[in-house]
Design a protein around this ligand. Sequence first.
Ligand SMILES: *Cc1c(COP(=O)(O)O)cnc(C)c1O
Length: 364
Amino acid sequence: MTFAELANPGILTQPVYEAGKPIDQVARELGLDPAGIIKLASNENPFGPSPKALAAAERALREAHLYPDGGYYALRHKLAEKWSLGMDQFIIGDGSNEIIELLGHAFLAPGRECVMFQSSFVVYKLVTIMFGATTVEVPLTDMRQDLKALAAAVTPRTRLVFLASPANPVGASNTGAEIVELVRALPPHAILVFDEAYAEYVENAPDLRPLIAEGRKVICLRTFSKVYGLASLRVGYGYGAAELIAIVQRARQPFNVNAIAVAAAVAALDDHEFVAKCLRENRAGLAQLEAGLTKLGVGFVPGTGNFLLAKVGDGTRVFGGLQQRGIITRPVKPYGLPEWLRLTVGTHAQNERLLGALAEVLRG
Ligand SMILES: *Cc1c(COP(=O)(O)O)cnc(C)c1O
């Protein structure tokens, strides 16, 4: 018998996540100097980690021989204060991606459905398929997310409804009023998974805590990978009703997040100066990219996060051309968007370099 014959049903056809290409890999493949390559492919923070987080991580490293506090008291305590919620309303994940998987363990099985938009964050679909549940995809409307259409796709079999605002990779956002209306329209057997990965970048981002307080079925997901600059450490969190969180906690490994990452996350929450700087620079960078793209005659979805979706024509060709010039971006053909590229907002200098290279590639 082969290993393939021994494998569980479904695992051989499970789609594989395609990440943004690492700098070292591009350097190897193209024979380029890694020092000259910039990565604007994965919506990482171009200003690095928060310095306070870095110092805390270095201190925590000296305790590397001890298991982490598997209850993550310090981080949940800090989050409870920040959001004026109970500590029992928070779950800490190995990135918010892990919490999506934990929701699958808790709520998905064959015969159950997950509703999401087409071209939404691919992890929603990967987790749905992994648990043998069925993906129900709702088309976008002119690159916008019509939440009435999302609600209309819910059936008696729906368990999870995935929504991100701003959405990745599309960049579209929804208003708080639209989301409240969606949640009120959901039947009691459907849970909204509201992915707030880019919420820090948005002024007046929707606040779903009142919906949680009134007992609506919602879980919100946040990450330290974006504005806090800790993508490599893998920390995220979810918050919702204590009863819901207690169920999801059962699916979690006892020490799912390492103590270095958690120490960094706790310190990052206090580094208001760093976050303010990143938000300021990001806003300026978005404006810079939008102006540059407009000048090049390249269409884009106006962004509110730290990235833009740009309509470059042949996404694969332009991606390749930029990569030859040492700039890694993200082709979104696997998301059904072959004419588009996702561009992460970099530093001022990186954005200039991107726009210059893009002008060359589009001319060529
Ligand atoms: C980046 C991102 C996340 C965060 O993933 P982590 O696992 O926390 O690094 C979640 N959702 C979306 C839509 C994202 O773009």
